[in-house]
Design a protein around this ligand. Structure first.
Ligand code: GLV
Ligand code: MN
Ligand code: MN
Length: 400
């Protein structure tokens, strides 16, 4: 918990926490995490895509690893546990092994992934996609709000060379386990400190652009306007209606950019994001198709132009039954009733599953609040989470 507080100081937002991928604050945070990894007896480096990667060898050097970790970037005005808690807890577990001089018949790698949230460049899980070898080099051309591409941002901090070499091969990773706060209310409602994830919901991220005609707010009569924001407002409500059509579906418009953006100018162009999540891929795909149709209709009805681009999508990721079983055994050994639950939020395991089976342990958070500075967990629950993860590691048996 102290280390989560310490990492929260690396923030571009005074009095709050915002740390986007490859920012100055992101770099200083990685320095601190590297030093904790080294203290815990790991060899640690910042890799070519900006992940912090630590390795604790097993009974001999070069053995395949159990991979642990989470992410080090944050959303805007974030809480201090989303991502960080998983990285720090994994390091603490390795530190506990190291203190006992204990080596296991496999190595442990702890990854602090960069850009899980996708806040800066719109596209998420860059770090874990590089590790799983699924990062399309074309993705590095995505640009932030200032027009800086991922490739340029990497070069500016001396990274970006040899990203292909970051990829682990199948067989080098025996499994991936991530501890994360639940970010929802289920564990709290049931009085449980931890729970085991059954599957991670799939997501689709899109960007819509509606183009009208900018004009004088005082002189253009209402019937002659081509107001892009009025159409976008209809789209936001249509997307909300689509998302409400099924209890398993959620949909969000989280960002709108209005151009030119002045009190006395009719909006000429609006760009906005769309985010859908669901535990069934067909349901999510149907929602995406309905949203595209709704945006096109809202624009056409007002004689405007619309374009909808897909930014990123990932299907539902099932956690591996054999890893779930081992995690659940560790939970039970802590004296906690075993509860399996789905993850509504996205996680790096969705990328890592390309090279290894994945599992997740959730820690209860207060009122289910996350992506919000009010995010809060108790020290006692963090302790249960850490002890459960350590038990899991110490009794981990690779799949035969
Ligand atoms: C990441 O936190 C996401 O689910 O968007
Ligand atoms: Mn998050
Ligand atoms: Mn997260």
């Amino acid at each position: 918990m102290q280390r989560c507080d310490s990492l929260a100081r690396h923030s571009e937002l005074a009095g709050g926490l915002t740390r986007v991928f490859l920012s100055r604050e992101y770099r200083t945070a990685t320095e601190e995490v590297l030093s904790w990894m080294r203290e815990a007896g790991m060899q640690a480096t910042l890799d070519a895509i900006g992940n912090v990667a630590g390795r604790y060898e097993g009974t001999r050097a070069g053995l395949p690893c159990l991979m642990l970790g989470s992410h080090l970037d944050t959303v805007r005005d974030a809480g201090r546990y989303d991502g960080m808690l998983g990285v720090i807890t994994a390091i603490e577990c390795v530190a506990a092994l190291n203190e006992k001089g204990k080596r296991l018949p496999f190595a442990i790698e702890v990854l602090g992934f960069g850009d899980e949230e996708g806040v800066r460049f719109g596209t998420s899980m860059l770090g874990s996609r590089a590790v799983s070898g699924t990062l399309d080099p074309a993705t590095l051309e995505a640009r932030d709000a200032n027009g800086v591409s991922i490739a340029e941002a990497l070069r500016a901090v001396g990274l970006g060379e040899g990203i292909e070499a970051v990829a682990r091969k199948k067989g080098q990773v025996l499994g991936y386990a991530e501890l994360h706060i639940e970010q929802g209310p289920v564990l709290e409602a049931e009085g449980l400190p931890v729970g085991v994830v059954g599957a991670i919901n799939g997501f689709s991220r899109l960007r819509a652009t509606i183009t009208g005609t900018a004009g004088h707010a005082g002189t253009v009569p209402m019937r002659l306007r081509r107001d892009a924001l009025a159409a976008a407002a209809e789209c936001v409500l249509a997307i909300e209606r689509i998302a409400r059509s099924d209890t398993e579906l959620v949909g969000t418009v989280g960002r709108l950019e209005v151009k030119p953006g002045a009190i006395n100018v009719i909006p000429g162009e609006v760009q906005f994001t769309i985010d859908f999540r669901a535990p069934r891929d067909a349901l999510r795909e149907k929602a995406v198709a309905s949203a595209i149709a709704a945006v096109e209709k809202a624009a056409a009805d007002r004689h405007l132009r619309a374009k909808v681009e897909s930014i990123q999508q990932l299907g539902v990721t099932a956690c591996a039954p054999w890893l779930i079983e081992q995690l659940e055994r560790a939970v039970a050994a802590e004296g906690v009733r075993v509860r399996r639950l789905p993850s509504g939020a996205g996680h790096d395991g969705q990328a890592i599953q390309a090279i290894a089976d994945v599992a997740m342990l959730f820690v209860r958070c207060k009122d289910g609040v996350s992506h919000n500075p009010a995010e809060s967990i108790s020290e006692a629950d963090a302790g249960v989470g850490a002890r459960t993860l350590l038990r899991f590691i110490e009794s981990f048996e690779p799949r035969r």
